[in-house]
Design a protein around this ligand. Structure first.
Ligand code: NAP
Length: 300
């Protein structure tokens, strides 16, 4: 339980509602900032304006998945008000206050560091990334269906990268009957691809491996789908780039060659905001309970 814990939830999208629901069920008290247009009310959660919150009582600060932008602004789809997390606000929180965000940037790193508050990036955790790969794959399948006139079954799918997303993508497309080959650069990844019954190749051979690709799915966070690679693709190939912005594809050249290339960020929040929110809510509930337990231990 989170009884006695005071948590500020600053902005966010539908995923945040699952977090609010879960934390109020665990008996935390919540200040919701940037939610005044939300019709739903949660017992134990109060909608407040930024300047109404007493940050000196806040045990944890929960930001939306993107954190803040480089000016400190927090995304708020349930509000028209600008919500900006400043260094001043962070320094008003108690020393034990932890900031939780999906990802971070130089601004958020800097204000947390200056105030000496710990910042936890949930998306850096393997468990979150693996759970999140499930709605990501479902979104990828949706895009493949929407943007092709052939079935996934029987098509040649090339997946680049065998990380947390790449592995789920490769396995699921193979289960749908696609002929899947996977490009990686580590020998243990090539071994795992073989073990999965898929066709491995080293990424240094990418240019020579794509000539029969119907759907190319990139998960590597580096420009590897270069103009040279794109020049070898059949004209009908669909490129779905899952890597975070700016992706790993030369989109300019793909457009020039008339190859459809889609950068597809944030699929979990688009195709399954409820599940994506529950994934975050489960981990947050666990981390906050651990934090509270540790502090109670110290007080004794
Ligand atoms: P990950 O576990 O770190 O996997 C990344 C993969 O990319 C690894 O196989 C890695 O290979 C490879 N890679 C990285 N840099 C490379 C380079 N320079 N050359 C060749 N291969 C390289 O990451 P993940 O969790 O799978 O996530 C992959 C990307 O998808 C991230 O950008 C993430 O933000 C994004 N993502 C997008 C969505 C969406 O909705 N589109 C959802 C979730 C995640 P090595 O192990 O050899 O380095």
């Amino acid at each position: 339980m989170l009884t006695g814990m005071q948590i500020a939830v600053m902005g966010g999208d539908a995923r945040q509602l699952e977090i609010i629901r879960r934390l109020t069920e665990l008996d935390a008290r919540l200040s919701l900032i940037g939610f005044e247009q939300l019709d739903h009310a949660f017992t134990g959660a109060v909608k407040e304006k930024l300047d109404e919150v007493d940050f000196s009582n806040i045990d944890a600060l929960i930001l939306p998945v993107p954190g803040t932008n480089l000016e400190g602004q927090v995304e708020t789809i349930f509000s028209n008000e600008k919500v900006i997390l400043t260094g001043d606000i962070v320094s008003k929180t108690p020393e034990h206050c932890t900031i939780y965000s999906g990802i971070s940037n130089s601004y958020l790193d800097e204000i947390s560091k200056e105030a000496n508050r710990s910042l936890i990036q949930l998306f850096e955790r393997d468990d979150v990334a693996i759970y999140n790969s499930i709605p990501t794959v479902e979104g990828t399948i949706m895009m493949a269906i929407q943007h092709t006139d052939f079935t996934i079954h029987g098509s040649n799918v090339t997946v680049l990268g065998l990380g947390r997303v790449g592995m789920s993508v490769a396995r699921t497309f193979a289960a749908l009957g696609a002929k899947v080959k996977v490009g990686a650069r580590k020998s243990e990844h090539l071994a795992r691809i073989t073990e999965m019954g898929l066709t491995p190749f080293h990424l240094s051979e990418l240019v020579n491996e794509v000539k029969d690709t119907d759907i190319l799915i990139n998960t590597a966070t580096h420009l590897i789908v270069t103009a040279m690679v794109i020049s070898k693709l059949p004209a009908h190939t669909l490129i779905i780039d899952l890597a975070s912005k700016p992706g790993g594809t030369d989109f300019r050249y793909a457009e020039k060659r008339g190859i459809k290339a889609l950068l597809a960020p944030g699929l979990p929040g688009i195709v399954a905001p409820k599940t994506a929110g529950q994934i975050l809510a489960n981990i947050l509930a666990q981390l906050l309970q651990e934090d509270l337990g540790k502090r109670k231990g110290k007080v004794k």
